[in-house]
Each structure stands twice: as C-alpha cells, then as structure tokens.
Design a protein around this ligand. Structure first.
Ligand SMILES: *Cc1c(COP(=O)(O)O)cnc(C)c1O
Length: 409
C-alpha cells in the first residue's frame, strides 16, 4: 500500500465497534470488570484490556497504532504534548551523570528542556550541526544518546539520519530524532536507522491546529547494553523491547502525561489527510520560497532553493520535498513587523503545520528567552520571519506576501 491508501486502509484502521469507520471517542476515565480476577490480569499486563485512561484508552491506542504503522515502528506511546513526548523519550534511558549530544539549533522548547535537565545532573553537549564530523569528537563514556531534528525548526538544517545513526551505533549509543517538521510523509527516520523518533503531533499530524499532543515511536532495533543503560535495568529480560516496556509501564504512567481521548480522535481524523496536505503544503512552500527569493532585499531559507546546502540531502532523504516551513530575513526588525502587520490572509500566530498559513517574528516571541548565540544557531535573527505554509490557493498566498512586502518598503 502506498502512503495515502495506508492512511485510510492500513492494517491498523478499522475493527472499531459497530463497524464504525473511525474509532468512537472513549471519553471515560475507568473501565468496569466482571470479576476481580480479570481485573487483576489486566492491571498486571497479563491480559489485553484497559484499566484507567492514564495508562491506556481505546481511542488513544487507535491513534498510537496508526502512527506506529505509518512510521514503521514497533510501538508508539502518545503523550499530552510534543514537549512531554521529548521529555520522556530522553528520561526513559537517562540517569544523573549521563550526557546527551544535541544540536544547538533545536526547537527552542527542547533547548529549554535540556537546561532543566542540567539541574538533575544530565548534561547536554551541543553541536552546531548534528553530523558525523561534529558529533564524533564529543562522544565519551558518559554519552547515552544523540538527539536531533530531521529538519530543524526554524533553522531548516537537515540531519543525514543514516550517517548519524551509523556513527551512534558504532559507539553503542542510540539516535533519537524529532521528526515533527519532516512528518512520516517525507521520511521515516526509523527505517533509516534512528532508534526512537518523536513527533509534536500538534503540528502536521493533527493538521488542523486543534489539539496539543505528542508521540514517541520506538523501532525496538537498538541492542541495549543493560550495564551501560542502567535506567533500563529492570527490563533486561525484554531485550530490544526494553525501551518501550519501561516507558509504558514506568515513566509514562508515573509522569501522567497521557493524551486525552478527544485529542487522539482529532488526530486520527486529521492524519487521514496528511499525504494530501503535505503534497499541497510542500508545493505551496516551494512556489512561495521562489517568489520571495526573487524580491530584492530579502534573504530566503528553504530547502529546495538553489544554493541551499541541504538541497541534495533533501532530494536523497526527503523525497525531493522541502517541507512546509520557510524563513526569510526582511532587512530590519521594523520592516519584519510592518510586513507581518500588512498580511491579509496569512495569520500572525505561533504553531506550525496548520491548514492556514501562519507567520511569526520568532526573535521577539518563540526565542524571547534565548541568548543571541542560541538564536543564531536556530537561524533566528532580529529581522527573521518564519512562515508555516498552509493549503491556500497559491496565487492568493504569493499576492498576500508581495503586497505586504511592497507596502512595508
Ligand atoms: C512544536 C514543536 C515541539 C513541541 O511540541 P508541543 O506539542 O508544542 O509541546 C517540539 N519539536 C518541534 C520541532 C516542534 O515544532
């Protein structure tokens, strides 16, 4: 089955009560049992079933299974937000004294998280780009994972997933990727060798900008050395499944970052059109980037533009597509603000992956807590505008930007 068919008819779609074509919303906290014995089996993971919605829920499970199938994973765990997914994906294998190697241009929230983790004795060493040349010299006996975004938001650096995964594995370290901006439509990091991938499914997977959520997908392909990864010690007997099982039965349950059944439902409905949306979004973004690139005085960053250092890698790894985000530098903060204020259809809002085109001045909003150095690493300057391209008719979109830019002169 190809991508769009799989979204609708994959083996994890269907089988819902009454032949419902989408899963009913099991908006419930607890599940009733006929006998204490049966309840005991379910609570002890000896029988299939649901006990309490913090630990499992049919609608949430349906979402997890669909994402898992789409990413080619072994199991998926849905969380209340992308940030909670990232937090747990990392903490699941970390102990005080361990180190992470990560890109300095990551999503700002992730950088803030690493600073929080430092207070618990987990240190992050940063590279400007998550590639073999920069990562390898920082690997030491404390390194427990390498973390990076497949397409950086908003820096738009692309990670060569296979190359970094091969490097990590040669040192007995897993690679965890954030594939939010790439989406399963452009790439499956697990198929390229990443061990775990996370999504802020609030973005392209939901697609309509109507629910916050995240998901962790484990490939169960990493060969854990349980003497080195002490956090997984209690799950030794599960071998490559140790990561998922510890996550599911320990950290995720105890942190209580479950996804609400309603939001899981919104994600299932939204993701059925992921392929269609991404096709239109990537085509709109490519056209808009080229139109903006022809306007004197702007400097545009988009993966398929001539001269972009990641163009070749995007062709090789991302199906030749550039994704839905572009950024451009307007010349000054004042001009960037004037352009934003002149936009008629484009919505001034944070978030990415909406149906609507959204634009924002990241330096004064998303990166307000960051240092100049952190901003620069993320490709955020005082005059940068980030655009999350939507599915509008392209002529309306290009006209809106051209008009806003002309008026801002
Ligand atoms: C939005 C985003 C996150 C955080 O996700 P939330 O759902 O907002 O918690 C993490 N990584 C990337 C790349 C994002 O764009």
């Amino acid at each position: 089955m190809d991508f769009n068919t799989k979204l609708l008819h994959g083996k994890t779609s269907g089988d819902y009560p009454y032949g419902a074509t989408v899963p009913p919303i099991s908006q419930v906290s607890a599940f009733r049992y006929e006998s204490a014995e049966e309840q005991e089996r379910v609570f002890n993971h000896k029988a299939a079933g649901f006990a309490y919605s913090r630990v499992g829920n049919p609608t949430v499970a349906a979402f997890e299974q669909r994402i898992n199938e789409l990413e080619g994973g072994s199991s998926a765990t849905a969380c209340s937000s992308g940030m909670s997914a990232i937090t747990l994906a990392l903490l699941n294998i970390l102990c005080a004294g361990d180190e992470i190697i990560a890109g300095s241009g990551l999503y700002g929230g992730s950088i803030d998280l690493f600073e929080d983790l430092a207070r618990f004795g987990i240190r992050t060493r940063y590279v400007r780009h998550v590639n073999v040349e920069e990562v390898e010299p920082l690997i030491n006996e404390h390194t427990r994972l390498i973390y990076g975004e497949v397409i950086g938001n908003p820096g738009l650096d692309v990670m060569d997933v296979k190359a970094v995964a091969d490097l990590a594995h040669s040192y007995g370290i897993p690679l965890i990727t954030d594939s939010t901006t790439a989406t399963p439509y452009l790439v499956n990091p697990l198929r390229l060798g990443a061990d775990v991938t996370v999504h802020s499914s609030s973005k392209y997977i939901n697609g309509g900008g109507n629910s916050i959520s995240g998901v962790i997908v484990d490939g169960a392909s990493f060969n854990w050395d349980f003497d080195k990864f002490r956090a997984l010690d209690s799950c030794r007997k599960f071998g490559p499944m140790a990561y998922s099982i510890r996550l599911r039965t320990d950290l995720w349950e105890n942190f209580g970052v479950c996804l609400s059944p309603f939001n899981a439902f919104m994600n299932i409905v939204g993701m059925e059109t992921l392929g269609l949306r991404m096709e239109k979004i990537c085509s709109n973004a490519d056209t808009l980037a080229h139109v903006l690139d022809d306007i004197p005085g702007l400097s545009v960053n988009y993966l398929t533009l001539k001269g972009n250092p990641y163009k070749e890698l995007a062709y090789r790894q991302l199906n030749g597509k550039g994704g839905g985000i572009l950024t451009f530098r307007a010349g000054s903060k004042e001009k960037a603000f004037r352009i934003l204020d002149n936009l008629r259809y484009v919505v001034r809002a944070s978030n990415i992956g909406d149906l609507r085109t959204l634009a924002i001045h990241p330096a004064s909003t998303l990166y307000i807590k960051s240092t100049d150095e952190q901003r620069e690493a993320a490709g955020v300057y005082d005059d940068t505008i980030r655009v999350s391209v939507g599915i509008e008719d392209i002529d309306d979109l290009t006209e809106d930007f051209e008009r806003a830019i002309k008026l801002a002169e």
